[in-house]
Design a binder for this molecule. Structure first.
Ligand code: ZN
Ligand code: ZN
Length: 237
């Protein structure tokens, strides 16, 4: 009896895996597990184990002093190869299933880097209204929601809001990026952050201008401490 059931179960699993094969959350190739990177992506995307918490970059590439950054950042991967593909699929291809994998990694990395951080609230970097209209969702909010669940902490929906429309950061130079986001964010009216420790989520840290600006406004609004977590950081090669 047991055998037959097992057999049926196996057959069903096999049939399902043909219709809906597990795909790598990075490069999207068919693989064994939905919850792990494929062997190729694992090999090509070494995690950032000992990165600087000021800027998220590996030792020897730290730009904290030059950029005056102090982000309290935990990031998981360099932004390249399959990780880049997975993030782009999540951002522009409506592959929100990727957010499950990435948020798990983000929560794990955050806890590994800041084991004692007493987080009260998880928030996301907001999208411009234009961006949300185009995509229908904010990938950072999708990540933040899931990271909050992983950590067992409250998620602050729309805690941060965009107060002015800005140009897409990736179209600008480093200098322009800082200027572009200055004064671009605000805290939701009525949200009391006094004494709270906040965890800010985004998909990729590039220059850090956006995270820095969001962190600033959270601190100015009374937050006791602000930490950041991202899936990836861009490395200058
Ligand atoms: Zn892969
Ligand atoms: Zn640094």
């Amino acid at each position: 009896m047991k055998n037959t059931n097992g057999h049926k179960g196996d057959a069903l699993f096999y049939a399902l895996s043909l219709i809906w094969p597990a795909r790598c959350p990075g490069c999207d190739s068919v693989t064994q597990s939905r919850t792990k990177l494929c062997p190729k992506c694992r090999e090509e995307n070494e995690e950032l184990d000992a990165a600087c918490i000021g800027c998220g970059l590996p030792a020897g590439k730290c730009t904290c002093l030059k950029e005056a950054l102090d982000l309290n950042l935990a990031a998981v991967y360099p932004y390249r190869n399959g990780i880049r593909q997975g993030i782009l699929a999540m951002k522009f291809g409506e592959r929100l299933d990727r957010a499950d994998f990435f948020s798990l990694k983000m929560a794990d990395r955050f806890r590994a880097v800041f084991p004692e951080a007493p987080v009260d609230l998880v928030v996301a970097v907001p999208l411009t209204r234009r961006g949300r209209r185009r995509r229908g969702y904010n990938q950072s909010a999708e990540l933040a929601k899931r990271v909050a669940r992983q950590l067992g902490v409250k998620y602050g929906r729309n805690a941060l809001v965009k107060t002015k429309e800005t140009a897409a950061q990736h179209t600008l130079s480093e200098k322009q990026r800082k200027k572009n986001v200055r004064g671009a964010f605000g805290v939701k009216p009525g949200l009391d952050l006094r004494g709270k420790t906040v965890l800010l989520c985004d998909d990729v840290k590039t220059t850090g201008a956006t995270l820095n600006e969001c962190r600033d406004i959270l601190l100015k609004s009374g937050a006791e401490e602000v930490y950041c977590v991202t899936i990836a950081v861009t490395l200058k090669e």
